[in-house]
Design a protein around this ligand. Structure first.
Ligand code: ADP
Ligand code: MG
Length: 257
């Protein structure tokens, strides 16, 4: 379980992002610094519009830095990278591919032999518990199953950094709990560095090593909460620190509305 992780070190230094909008510009992210150690699991939480997706899209290389810089293992991010996997709330699966072929598509960049590619895709599908559904198309799968395919597709190519933007936001509460267990299991095995955007304070408390709380006007990180509790975690009276952290974050989120 305590596998030594040496890759996936993300350094965000004084990153700011300004968008051109009609009649001028708007600061989506004020200068922000954040370091993610290899294999860590960090939450970004904050009110809608505070720049969570913007920060994540910058790490993904989809949005350029206006000032400052981002490096992964010392290499500057100037565009999408093979080191980085991204999962969004909308599953972004190809409707014309089966679950298995969606995962295989994600592996194309590795240029494996056909049989290696198939073996790896099958293993990834099995890892997320979808062996029975490998030949189904996305429209035949539930929301939770589609997100499992997306997780399999992304982890299968072995990214050092995994960016997840409200990945479980569209799922019902029960399915979300199942997905938490699944994600923790896969993360503990692969030990990618995870940056996870969520609206759900409890989800951040259950999953992550550190909660980075953002605020808007302009978007920035205002405080962070390291969490050292062993997993699996429960939000009950045995974990007073988690409950106190929850109260404080909820109070700060209320203030910023
Ligand atoms: P969050 O994910 O925290 O809800 P976003 O990062 O999506 O917030 O957006 C932060 C701010 O930047 C919002 O005011 C949003 O409208 C604005 N914004 C995001 N993307 C763009 C863009 N491409 N062009 C102009 N404004 C944008
Ligand atoms: Mg967003």
């Amino acid at each position: 379980m305590t596998k030594q992780v040496t890759q996936g070190h993300v350094c965000i230094d004084d990153l700011s992002i300004t968008f051109d909008v009609r009649g001028g510009s708007m600061v989506a992210l004020a200068p922000t610094s954040l370091e993610l150690s290899p294999g860590s699991f960090t939450a970004l939480i904050g009110p809608s519009g505070c720049g969570k997706s913007t920060l994540m899209n910058a790490v993904a290389g989809f949005v350029p830095a206006t000032t400052g810089r981002i490096t992964i293992d010392g290499a500057p991010i100037n565009g999408p990278s093979d080191k980085v996997g991204v999962i969004f709330q909308q599953y972004a699966l190809f409707p014309w591919f089966t679950a298995l072929d969606n995962v295989r598509f994600g592996l194309k960049r590795l240029k494996l032999s056909k049989s290696e590619e198939l073996d790896r895709a099958r293993a990834a599908i099995a890892e997320v518990g979808l062996e029975e559904h490998a030949q189904k198309y996305p429209q035949e799968l539930s929301g939770g199953m589609k997100q499992r395919v997306a997780i399999a597709r992304t982890f299968a190519f072995g990214p050092q950094v995994m960016l997840m933007d409200e990945p479980f936001g569209a799922l019902d509460a029960q399915t979300r709990l199942v997905m938490h267990d699944l994600l923790l299991r896969i993360w503990e095995k692969h030990k990618a560095t995870v940056l996870f955007v969520t609206h759900d304070v409890d989800e951040a408390l259950i999953l992550t090593d550190d909660i980075q709380l953002m605020s808007s006007g302009p978007g920035r990180i205002i405080k962070h909460y390291p969490l050292a509790e062993p997993r699996p975690r429960k939000l009950n009276r045995d974990n007073v620190h988690l409950l106190e952290t929850r109260d404080e974050i909820i109070a700060l989120l209320h203030q910023s509305h």
